[in-house]
Design a protein. Structure first.
Length: 114
């Protein structure tokens, strides 16, 4: 075995080790995704059960739920920072990245004004 072969074998071994680490990372990521998927499914079922209970005890309608959801979505709408351009939730009064203050009507602080 010459020097070139030895060097090539080292590269192959290194690549194989890297491949194993990558495969392990992919496996762990897939397991995490599956756990998250199951958590979302459980939360979805809990939300459905809670909504059924609430409807039967309070008389709220699906339309009430939709209007509330739309209201929350509007309050939590993402926006771009005017200075750094990064996207984030508008419920924060300042950009998390550069500190630029968001327009007051876009922050939840406006909800507390009388
Ligand atoms: Zn910013």
């Amino acid at each position: 075995m010459n020097l070139y072969d030895i060097r090539q074998n080292q590269r192959i071994s290194k690549a194989q080790a890297e491949n194993k680490r990558t495969a392990r990372n992919v496996q762990e990521s897939q397991e995490s995704i599956e756990e998250l998927r199951q958590s979302v499914q459980k939360l979805s079922l809990v939300c459905q059960a809670m909504w059924q209970l609430l409807q039967t005890t309070s008389g709220l309608s699906d339309q009430d739920l939709l209007e509330t959801l739309q209201s929350i979505e509007q309050k939590n709408a993402a926006q771009n920072c005017s200075k750094c351009g990064r996207v984030q939730q508008s419920k924060k009064p300042h950009c998390l990245y550069c500190g630029t203050a968001f327009p007051e009507e876009a922050s939840t602080m406006s909800c507390f004004k009388v």
